[in-house]
Every structure is written in structure tokens, then in C-alpha cells.
Design a protein around this ligand. Sequence first.
Ligand SMILES: [Zn+2]
Length: 300
Amino acid sequence: MEVQAETEHQPFSRRYHNEQACMEALITMKWPNGFVCPRCAHTRCSRLTSRRVPLFECARCAHQTSALVGTMFERTHLPLTKWFQALELFLLPDGISAMRLSQVIQVTYKTAWVMLQKIRHALGEFNSRELLCGDVKVNSDLYGCNPSRPQFPHPHASAVVAGCTVTESGEPEQVKIRLVPQMRGDGHGANRHELAVFINEQVDVRASAVQSFPQAYRLYRPLRKVVREAWTSLKSTYVALGPKHLQAYLNEYTGRRRLRLSEAEGTMWKKLLYIGVAIPAITYRRLIARQPDQPLAAAS
Ligand SMILES: [Zn+2]
């Protein structure tokens, strides 16, 4: 039931090259201290291995469950090896487009798009539960300014409110970037009201010292740098992002940045796997309902 300790230091591709290794990793992630029945909390079970996905039957109430229930991987028809590869590629410094992912792991474009949306959803949900707390800076900024020509915002630059916690040396740690959708393209940043809304929703104000920067010419520079890096990174991976999808991609960027910042290279994907196990999958119907565009029309 446990991943062998001696495999801990092997490269990802060698450790998770077959279904069984991936499944055991998921089981360990789901029940780190051994099986717990989701219905009656009993801890003894028998394992039925005749199916593709092993079932665990509770020894007390006979409830059957698998390690995939309630996770991002529930009801997937894909080999777990492909999912694990997708998680690893998602964590590349600039992420991966659905087109590229479909080529690398040999699935259709639509399948790759849905996989990435599911990973994006899990990461976004996970991070949205955590408020900014501590020494917090909040900027009214524009997303879409070319760093080399900051005085000329892109005609479609979007007003955003960006907030972060900072380390002792003043570097942004946890970052959140929120679009102000109704203020797209007019060259103006978010106003004081928008900043107040952001602080109210995204900051644990009782436990934080909040400093806000509402004026474009006097922003908290290290945080402005992150917003520009987000633009550069997303632009390099996703050719064109419509406003409808932009918030999800910004969440992806800040989520990935946080994982890369706080986790060692080898454990980043493990954290992402943990998130995938902790957050139930978004259904395809909800995914589409939330984004009225046809998935194939999304330039991702
Ligand atoms: Zn039970």
C-alpha cells in the first residue's frame, strides 16, 4: 500500500511508469494513515483487485469505495500514467498548452483541454480557500502592459487588483490577481472601491497589516513585477486568451508560482497530486456551463 521508500529519489518518469505505481501513490495520498471508510469511519477493509480501479470494502458496513472517489481523477477513463504526466507538465515554469499536452501524452486535443481545466480548477479551488494573511500589500494595476514599454498599455489591458503577502525581505510570497472585468481596455486601473472589495474578500484582515497602493504611479514594485511576469508567461504559452478565461489562467499562474516557490522541485508535483486528491473533479457539464465558449474555440 505504500510507495517504496527507495523509489523516492528516482526520476518521476521512472517511478510512475505504470498504472500500479500511480494507483499506489494515489491510495497513499488519499489514506496516508491507512484506509478509513467514508461512510462509517471504520479502518479495516478488504481490497478487491479484480477491476482496473481497486475497490476497498469496509469490513463493518460493506461499503465499497476506491481511492479515486471524490478526487480530480474520479470516473476517468484515461490511464493514470497520462494524468501523472499531465501534472508534471502543468508544473513547467510556463505551464503547457492543451495542444502541446495532447501531442506529448497522445490524447485528443479535447481530452487534453479537459484535463488541464480540471487541474486548473482543483488548484484554483484549493488556493481560493486560503486568504492572504500577514504583511499584505495590495496594488491597483493593469494586466497586459509590456514591461519594456510600460507607458503604453496594451489596448486590451485589463484592470486588476493584485495582492500578496511578503517575506521578511519584501518579496511577494502568496499572490492573488483579480480581474476587474468591467474595466477592460480603458487604460484605468481599479479604483479604491475595487481595492476595498478585494481586501474584504481575499485578505484575513483581522490577522493582517494591509497596505494598499491605489495610484498607478506609486505601486508596490515587487508585486507589479509579478503581474508583468504573469502576462509574459501566459502570453508565451497560450497564444490568445479571451477575457472569459483569463481569470482561470491568472489563478493557474499564481497557483503554479506558489507551488514552485514553496516546494522543492521533486515535491512540487506531490503537492499538486495532493490538491488533485483533496478537491473533487469539476464535471464536464459544469466546466462548459461556466465557460459558454466551445472548448475547442478556447485558444489554450
Ligand atoms: Zn464502513
